[in-house]
Design a protein around this ligand. Structure first.
Ligand SMILES: NC(=O)c1ccc[n+]([C@@H]2O[C@H](COP(=O)([O-])OP(=O)(O)OC[C@H]3O[C@@H](n4cnc5c(N)ncnc54)[C@H](O)[C@@H]3O)[C@@H](O)[C@H]2O)c1
Length: 370
């Protein structure tokens, strides 16, 4: 198959969909790989590294879309790319269709085949191509939180791990899923006093079993949250209710009960945020202060660490990309239900129910195609 890797052109996106290692695997399977010049630069991969494993460089994004049977990228296509996508072309990337009507309509019009990372789903209902970014964001939330706890950045001026003779900081994590677990591991590793709150008792049991002694678990309730915020220095929002907006677990009135310089990191900002005072921010301007409480709520946290994020993402996407390249999308999806669930739009028809529901578009059951 002819595979194309365009350079990401969305603002501040530095990830790339294939690393040189990924290109090498696809070449071993006999595929032709075109990479747009400088596509890997933002993640630390030079053009020469791609060439050394057999990729062919193309100078422009137009060239890549024109040649490829399968486009593999990271972010959803932006408007400038809509017209480049061809009929029958397979596009394998994050789309997040249900939150973007113009994109959905453009992909329908393109008559391409859109396989979305975010809906590839395993039998246990986990989302293998979302997990790596949650892992990055979870670990990063503590790094950012620790930084903004510093006094010059308007935090309480407390060191997460303390020092001998001085107590460590107290970290409270709302939601013990992928993000919350990774955050807890980082905070615990730095020596903080950590508590994870979740609604799921089986999850709390599991976390209690596997976490080190400086991580405690607590049932999530308004009462417990109100008690905890009074003396916790860093609060991480990491809840998710699948398919719904995040619940507002910390309300505006609670801020007055927190100490000056408390830091809130709302990782769930992409689902509306789990603090009432959350509003999305960017890496250029990541924080704002309300009632002396520092809020960090960057919607694409992994974007700040493109080297790690690219490797984490491509570790997860490459096995699927190889199946798609070796078999073509129809056979690959027929033989692998995880991939099949990634199909959202096929040749002008919406085949993913939540997307058709979101915009009142006609829904075509997948079995028409495979
Ligand atoms: N900002 C970013 O860059 C970024 C990156 C990756 C993920 N995220 C977001 O982070 C959030 C968490 O993702 P995840 O992968 O960890 O999800 P997950 O499904 O693995 O975990 C969510 C957890 O929240 C718990 N929960 C639900 N309601 C709760 C409540 N009222 N109190 C306490 N816990 C509750 C669930 O039981 C579950 O354990 C999502 O909104 C996700 O979209 C953001």
């Amino acid at each position: 198959m002819i595979i194309g890797v365009p350079k990401e052109i969305k603002n501040n996106e530095n990830r790339v969909a294939l690393t040189p290692a990924g290109v090498k695997e696809l070449k071993k399977e006999g595929h032709q790989v075109y990479v747009q010049a400088t596509a890997g630069e933002g993640s630390g991969f030079a053009d020469a590294e791609y060439v050394s494993v057999g990729a062919e460089l193309l100078p422009t994004i137009e060239d890549v879309y024109a040649k490829a049977e399968m486009i593999i990228k990271v972010k959803e296509p932006i408007e400038a790319e809509y017209k480049l996508i061809k009929e029958d072309q397979l596009v394998f990337t994050y789309f997040h269709f249900a939150s973007h009507e113009p994109l959905t309509r453009a992909m329908i019009d393109s008559k391409s085949v859109c396989l979305a990372y975010e809906t590839v789903e395993k039998a246990d209902r986990s989302l293998p191509l979302l997990v790596p970014m949650s892992e990055v964001a979870g670990r990063m939330s503590i790094q950012q939180g620790a930084k903004y706890l510093e006094k010059p950045l308007k935090g309480r001026g407390i060191l997460l791990g303390g020092v001998p003779g001085v107590r460590p900081a107290k970290v409270m994590i709302l939601g013990g899923g992928v993000v919350g677990t990774e955050a807890a591991k980082m905070a615990a590793g730095l020596g903080a006093d950590v508590t994870i709150l979740d609604l799921s008792l089986p999850r709390l049991r599991y976390l209690d079993d596997v976490m080190p002694a400086n991580v405690k678990t607590l049932m999530s309730s308004e009462y417990n949250i109100r008690e905890m915020i009074k003396d916790h220095d860093l609060i991480i929002g990491a809840v998710l209710i699948p398919g719904a907006k995040a619940p507002k677990l910390i309300t505006r009135d609670m801020l007055k009960d927190m100490r000056e310089g408390t830091v809130l990191v709302d990782v769930a900002v992409d689902q509306g945020g789990c603090f009432e005072t959350t509003k999305p921010t960017t890496h250029q301007d990541p924080v704002y202060i309300i009632d002396d409480v520092v809020h960090y709520s960057v919607a694409n946290m992994p974007g700040a660490v493109p080297y790690t994020s690219t490797l984490a993402l491509t570790n997860a996407t490459l096995p699927y990309a190889i199946q798609l390249a070796n078999k073509g999308w129809e056979k690959a999806c027929k033989e692998n239900n995880e991939l099949k669930l990634g199909l959202n739009v096929i040749k002008g028809e919406v085949v993913y129910k939540a997307v058709s529901d979101a915009f009142d578009l006609p829904y075509t059951p997948l079995d028409k195609f495979i």
